[in-house]
Design a protein around this ligand. Structure first.
Ligand SMILES: NC(=O)C1=CN([C@@H]2O[C@H](COP(=O)(O)OP(=O)(O)OC[C@H]3O[C@@H](n4cnc5c(N)ncnc54)[C@H](OP(=O)(O)O)[C@@H]3O)[C@@H](O)[C@H]2O)[C@@H](O)CC1
Ligand SMILES: [K+]
Length: 498
């Protein structure tokens, strides 16, 4: 399976390159696309009667004319409703000319009990919010509750961003071609797609590669080779040492969650660095995790010089005060020769927003590898200018932030986006609402840190951590609280190792 996600522009380029390389032409690809949809209709909805095919004016509509023809040829009851005729001379016009089904105006479309809608109104070429007869068709379909099979994308969903600027069809199945698009995985679009089937219509891997697409669906298949497994002669420090800064006396749990997750994700040693006032609280709850007093930069540097941890986690359970951000900046300034990477999470990010200019300036100079794990609110605080640009998709915002902070960004949510400063990105698709529980972010930061401490490169470590975090939650199931996640990781790690 191939995991690249192509924007509509990149897909159009792959389309052009495929046609250019021959022997298949544009209408040939369209016939294959329509054939793939007709197969899904016939195999998954054999008793749908009639099938209503809704066609728009572009190539998405062209696919619809092919579907209507094939369903008629197979003996099924088909009606075809169109917004307007395809442009003369286009591939869609050729497909329409081959279609024997009478064309009715979209305004006459009324779903019937037992029918199925094939939505071939707009796909990759969506250029404005749905309106008029199309919006009315969406409403009538939803009201009737008839199933919808969407061609390429449910009409109204942006393939680039997943945004739904007006209304959109809600499909039971979406059949797309060659590769998924970001809009299939980013919300709210994802919620409109239903099951997503990727049909092979002959667009070659070489054509996809030539588009230069650098975003992928997150999947172990492409990072598993970098997943760490301990060397036969490993000792605890060689397996990777992670240091986690703890909050004060009333906020120590977050660091312990992070620390436990780091240990379960394979770090050989984990140290919680606790303010003196919180040592007793931490000591009462820690067994295999090392506990060390840390009341400021001097103590932190002493720890770094003595123990040489590979990765630090800063943020869980801290406070949004500026001094928290200043401490992280100073830590980064003292990283050279002391630690390799920093995971900045939660209030570590919010507090950094109070010294944004100094932070971005520091990131222009060399420093440790940095992974930032903001949710939507934290992202908006640190990257307020990027967040304010409503023309950008979540993917584009994450990429802009990664470049600006020279860091890997894990932009969390039901559709977490992981972006690297070199332009690579991934959209996670195994997320679960079970993870919307207090403390689950603290666990994620620990997993990212542990994988980096075991020499997994930051981008792949972040991708793996996001996937493992969700997989652990899914395996545990309902009733999950953050405390359950570290132990639930055991099976996930076992499945990825060896
Ligand atoms: N790439 C591939 O591999 C293959 C792709 N194929 C298929 O091609 C599809 C892409 O085709 P496409 O580029 O013609 O775009 P499409 O979605 O038909 O829309 C364009 C038309 O709709 C109009 N329009 C848009 N939004 C509107 C709105 N809200 N309200 C009203 N009008 C609106 C727009 O108007 P305009 O923006 O020009 O004003 C233009 O006329 C793709 O999704 C897939 O199904 C397969 O056939 C074969 C292989
Ligand atoms: K569509």
């Amino acid at each position: 399976m191939a995991f690249e996600l192509l924007t509509p522009d990149e897909m159009a380029e792959a389309d052009r390159l495929t046609i250019g390389a021959g022997p298949v032409d544009g209408v040939g690809l369209m016939r294959r696309a329509g054939g793939a949809i007709a197969d899904v209709v016939l195999s998954r909805f054999p008793s749908a009667h009639p099938v209503h095919v809704l066609c728009g004016p572009g190539n998405n509509g062209g696919d619809g004319y092919v579907v209507a023809r094939l369903l008629r040829e197979s003996g099924g009851a088909v009606r075809l409703f169109a917004t307007s005729a395809p442009r003369a001379g286009s591939d869609a016009a050729l497909a329409a000319a081959e279609c024997p089904v009478a064309v009715e105006p979209l305004s006459a479309f009324a779903p019937e009990t037992g029918s199925l809608v094939v939505d071939a109104l707009y796909g990759a070429g969506l250029s404005k919010p749905l309106a008029g007869d199309v919006l009315a068709a969406v409403a009538r379909t939803a009201e009737a509750g008839v199933p919808v099979v969407a061609v390429d994308l449910p009409s109204g969903v942006s393939g680039r961003s997943g945004e739904v600027p007006g209304g959109a069809f809600k499909a039971v199945i979406t059949v797309t071609f060659a590769r998924k698009k970001p809009g299939h995985l980013l919300f709210p679009g994802r919620a409109h797609c239903g099951e997503i089937i990727v049909a092979d219509i002959g667009i070659s891997d070489a054509a996809v590669a030539a588009t230069g697409a650098r975003c992928r669906e997150n999947d172990p298949a492409w990072w598993r080779a970098l997943f760490p497994s301990p060397a036969k002669d490993a000792h605890k420090y060689s397996r990777g040492h992670v240091g986690v800064f703890s909050g004060g006396i009333a906020a120590t749990g977050a660091a312990r969650l992070s620390a436990m997750a780091a240990a379960r994700a394979g770090a050989g040693a984990v140290t919680v660095l606790s303010p003196g006032a919180a040592l007793a609280a931490n000591a009462a709850h820690l067994t295999s995790i090392i506990l060390r007093r840390c009341d400021g930069l001097e103590d932190a540097i002493a720890f770094l010089d003595e123990r040489k941890p590979a990765v630090l986690v800063h943020g869980p359970g801290l406070s949004p005060e500026p001094e928290v951000g200043r401490f992280a900046l100073e830590l980064m300034g003292h990283a050279s020769g002391r630690f390799g990477a920093l995971v900045l999470d939660a209030d570590g990010i919010t507090s950094m927003a109070r010294q944004r200019a100094a932070f971005f300036e520091a990131r222009r100079r060399s420093g440790p590898a940095l992974v930032l794990t903001p949710h939507h609110g934290e992202f908006g605080r640190l990257f307020s200018d990027i967040a304010a640009d409503t023309s950008l998709s979540k993917l584009e915002r994450a990429l802009a932030a990664a470049a600006k902070a020279n860091a890997v960004i894990v932009y969390k949510g039901p559709d977490t986006v992981i972006a690297a400063p070199d332009g690579r990105a991934a959209i996670n698709s195994n997320g679960t609402p079970l993870l919307a529980t207090a403390g689950s972010g603290d666990v994620l930061s620990g997993i990212v840190a542990a994988l980096m401490a075991q020499s997994m490169p930051p981008f792949e470590a972040a991708c793996a951590a996001v996937w493992m975090h969700a997989e652990a939650a899914r395996r545990f199931g309902p009733g999950l609280i953050a405390e359950d996640l570290p132990l639930a990781l055991r099976e996930v790690v076992a499945g990825l190792s060896g």
